[in-house]
Design a protein around this ligand. Sequence first.
Ligand code: FAD
Length: 497
Amino acid sequence: GNGAHAQALVIGTGYGGSVAALRLAQAGVSVEMIEMGMAWDTPGSDGKIFCTLTSPDYRSYWLRTQTKAPLNYFLGFPIDRSIPKYTGILDAEDFAGITVYQGRGIGGGSLVNGGMAVTPKRENFSYILPSVNADEMYNTYYPRANAGLGVGLVDPTWFDNTAWYQFARVGRKQAGRSGFPFVFVPDVYDWNYMQQEDAGTVPKSALGQELLYGNNYGKKSLQKTYIPAALATGKVNISPLHKVTSVSPAPGGGYMVLMDQLDTSGNVVTSKQVTADKVFFAAGSVGTSKLLVRLRDTGQLPNLNAAVGQGWGDNGNIMVGRANQIWDPTGAKQSTVPCGGIDNWTAGGAFAEVAPIPTGIETWASLYLAITKNPHRAQFTWNAATQTVDLNWQQAWKQDGITMAKSIFDRINSTEGTIYRTDLFGVYKIWNDTLTYHPLGGAVLGQATDDYGRLAGYQGLYVIDGALIPGNTTVNPFVTITALAERNIENIIANGG
Ligand code: FAD
């Protein structure tokens, strides 16, 4: 409540925030978690907490009046529809050159993501986090993160036989025929539950077109792993629909934190002020960067250094569809959970997930989300005229990612005698070069902070989320975000500072 004091205050309830809260609480520290999104624990009038991909309703988007689906066209026709403005689960946040998708609610990105839980290849680690000891990460923190998140692999025999993964088997066959390795991708979705969905013995979720706007069953989001473990300590309290607006040194020591309580239309109901000994920024790469840049440049935290706001990347995200031959259907039944990828990182700078198009009808399309080694990095800056934080990413920079993605798909098209789909992202548009699902950086480890996330310039302020990672993880990022948070919080608890 207003005027309260917390030992530790955590801004955001995604991966970094959940790890911090659990480990601090286990060490005896009382923790207040502040989350701008909803709790997502109450069913709507249809009895479900979350809506489906194919029927997005008021629950789907964060304060938008129209959906903004990543796959926004079909057969060249726009498919976005009107929705009531509501504090929905998926934020499509627009900057000048890119739309950044993020989860909103208790659990952050874990509510909306595909659950693909990939530990990067060790040989690539020095590119991802050059100042971090790889032995420690691969011996201790990656295993700890994988265990805490509940990561598992699809049963290969079931995969080979189920109709729901025909799209992925087509992807595997075509990768192989072009000489690319196809790798199974682990996921936090409960694979046993998915097999029961297939058998018809439980309500369908991944096999019922649920993903981007939440899974009602089956997915082990943070709501099923780190967060209940943190709450079970009895030392953690979470306030949903509260948005942190300011952090500044308090006169008597510690920090004063200001926040707005929101209603489900996004209006400010009331503003509150609390104090905390320590504050952890875990608002996600964009949320943390926006807060820190504004607080530095408007004078609340003037000692933050010039690296704050720098080193932001899109994890090289590029989406593309291919049109298959008539004898290569991808299936009317498609699980929403991807489980395989095509690895051409070393030779071509691209790792591409074979993604579903779970529309319920045969499309003959293969969809991919490629993670590429796009070298461009953008910067967040405070715009005093508009009172907003801008990001200087340019859409043209995606061309490097497209070139890398083509190292895979031009060859597959040539082997298969096929072409790219031009009807999925616009009219005659092949590449989705306008978005990222994987924002990373903005308060880079060892630059804006020390080598464990302590912000330079202030004792007791920390960054503990994707903002620490300088723009690329070579694979999907949340396992690395979680493992790095486990490493950093252990050091902070042991050594303070
Ligand atoms: P987040 O998880 O983004 O959490 C930040 C939290 O802070 C949010 O809940 C936000 O609402 C809250 N917040 C922000 N600002 C404030 C504020 N001022 N006050 C209070 N609260 C605030 N990654 C993978 O590894 N595998 C995948 O399969 C995958 N699929 C994805 C699919 C989609 C559609 C999306 C959007 C992302 C996907 N990702 C995936 C990316 C992954 O979800 C993110 O990398 C991850 O969630 C980032 O973790 P984080 O701890 O940095 O922040």
